[in-house]
Write a protein that binds this ligand. Structure first.
Ligand SMILES: Nc1ncnc2c1ncn2[C@@H]1O[C@H](COP(=O)(O)OP(=O)(O)OP(=O)(O)O)[C@@H](O)[C@H]1O
Ligand SMILES: [Mg+2]
Length: 366
C-alpha cells in the first residue's frame, strides 16, 4: 500500500492545491480593489455540500491578508457570532496598531474607547453593542490603512444574527469605510422566506455559484499529484478516475485518496484497484453528501426524486406529476423547492435532472 501525502478527503480540510477556482478568486480580489461601497465588495458563495465553500473562504482569507486586509476568518452563523467576529478582527488587527501610537492623550478620534491596541475599555465592553464595537474597529484599522474583511460560513439567511450583521455592514458601507464581506451557504439558503433587508442585500451582492470543476482541470491535477506520489497510472486510467469525480471537489479528494491506497507496491493501479477505489469513494460520498442532502428535504421532496430515478438522463415534470399521482401545479411546487435547494437542475423547459453526483444511484439502492 502506498502512503497518501497529497489528498485530504475531509470537510473543511484545506486541499494541497485548490483546483479550478482561479477566476472566482481573481474576481474577488478585483472586488477588494474596487471603490469603497462598491457592491462587488459583498459576495455570496453558493454551492452544494462538498463543493468547497469552506476551503474557498479560507483561501480568500489568505489572499485578502496578503493585500493588507484584516480578516475575520470564517464564522458560522449561530449564537455568539458577533462576539466571535469582533474577537477575530481584534486578533488579526492587533499587529497593525502600533503600541506606541498616541492614544487617549493624543485625542485621536479613532482611538477613543480603546485601552491597549484594539482592546476596548471596560466601559465599551460592558455597555456598547456589537455594532458599535465593530464600527470602532473598522474605523480604527482604516485609519491605519487597513481594510476589514468579514467571512461568514454556513449561511442561514433567516437568522436574527445575520439580519443584524447585514444592518451593521450597510452602515459601515454608508460611512464609506474600507470593508468587505463574503458569505457562503447551500444554494437554498438565499431563497427561503427572508427578512426584506437581508434578501435585498443578498440579491444585490455578487452571487457566485460553485459549479462542478472541469474534468480537464481535475485530470491535470491528478497527473501532477500521481507523479509526485510515484503512482504509475496510465493516462487512460487517470481519465477514468477524473471522470468518476463528476466534477465534485470532495469526490476529487476521495478518488485520489483511494486510488493511492489501492495501488500496488510498484505504484500500479490495477483494474481491481480502480474498482475498489471507486467503491470506497462512492461509499464515503454517499454517506457524507447524498445522505445529508436527503436528510434536509421533506418526505414529498424525496418522493419527487424517487420518481425521477426511473428515467435515464432527464425527467419530464409532467411524467413525475403522474407518477406521484398529483396535479401539475403540485409537482411544480416541489420542482421549485428542489431547484432552489440545488438538488436538481433544469436545462430544458419542462425537464429536470439530478444536480448532485451519485444521488441517483444512492436513491436506487435505498
Ligand atoms: N477547489 C478544490 N480543489 C481541490 N479540493 C477541493 C476544492 N474545494 C474543496 N476541496 C475538497 O473538498 C472537500 C470539501 O470541501 P469543503 O469542506 O470546503 O466543502 P463545503 O462546500 O464547505 O461543504 P459543506 O457544505 O458540507 O460545509 C475537502 O476535502 C476539500 O479539501
Ligand atoms: Mg463547509
Amino acid at each position: 500500500m502506498k502512503r497518501d501525502t497529497i489528498f485530504s478527503p475531509s470537510f473543511g480540510n484545506r486541499p494541497s492545491y485548490l483546483v479550478g477556482r482561479e477566476r472566482i478568486i481573481g474576481d474577488f480580489l478585483r472586488g477588494l480593489d474596487s471603490a469603497r461601497g462598491n457592491r462587488d465588495r459583498a459576495t455570496v458563495l453558493l454551492g452544494q455540500r462538498g463543493s468547497g465553500k469552506t476551503v474557498l473562504l479560507w483561501e480568500l482569507a489568505d489572499r485578502a491578508r496578503e493585500k493588507g486586509f484584516v480578516v475575520a476568518t470564517p464564522t458560522v452563523v449561530a449564537d455568539g457570532m458577533f462576539e466571535r467576529i469582533v474577537e477575530k478582527v481584534q486578533d488579526a488587527g492587533e499587529r497593525y496598531v502600533a503600541e506606541d501610537a498616541p492614544r487617549l492623550s493624543g485625542g485621536t478620534v479613532g482611538a477613543f474607547g480603546f485601552s491597549v491596541g484594539l482592546e476596548f475599555t471596560r466601559e465599551v465592553r460592558e455597555t456598547k453593542t456589537f455594532a458599535y464595537q465593530l464600527t470602532q474597529l473598522v474605523r480604527r484599522l482604516n485609519t491605519q490603512g487597513h481594510g476589514v474583511l468579514i467571512l461568514i460560513d454556513e449561511l442561514r439567511a433567516n437568522s436574527e444574527e445575520l439580519k443584524q450583521l447585514v444592518m451593521v455592514y450597510q452602515e459601515l458601507v454608508g460611512e464609506q469605510l474600507d470593508v468587505a464581506m463574503v458569505l457562503a451557504g447551500l444554494p437554498g439558503a438565499v431563497s427561503e422566506v427572508l427578512n426584506d433587508r437581508v434578501l435585498t442585500f443578498l440579491n444585490r451582492a455578487r452571487k457566485v455559484s460553485l459549479q462542478p470543476l472541469a474534468i480537464g482541470d481535475i485530470d491535470a491535477f491528478y497527473r501532477q499529484a500521481f507523479e509526485e506520489l510515484q503512482l504509475a497510472v496510465s493516462p487512460e486510467m487517470r481519465h477514468r478516475i477524473a471522470g468518476a469525480t463528476e466534477g465534485s471537489p470532495y469526490m476529487l479528494q476521495l478518488m485520489g485518496h483511494y486510488a493511492v491506497l489501492n495501488a500496488e507496491h510498484d505504484g500500479v493501479l490495477s483494474e481491481e484497484g480502480f474498482t475498489a477505489a471507486l467503491h470506497a469513494a462512492k461509499e464515503d460520498f454517499e454517506n457524507d453528501v447524498c445522505r445529508t442532502t436527503l436528510a434536509a428535504l421533506s418526505e414529498r421532496d424525496v418522493d419527487f426524486l424517487h420518481c425521477m430515478v426511473q428515467d435515464e438522463g432527464s425527467s419530464r415534470v409532467s411524467d413525475i406529476a403522474e407518477r406521484m399521482n398529483v396535479t401539475q401545479d403540485y409537482a411544480q411546487k416541489y420542482r421549485r423547492r428542489l431547484l432552489d435547494a440545488g438538488v436538481i437542475e433544469s436545462e430544458r423547459r419542462g425537464y429536470v435532472q439530478f444536480a448532485v453526483p451519485y444521488l441517483r444511484e444512492y436513491l436506487e439502492q435505498a
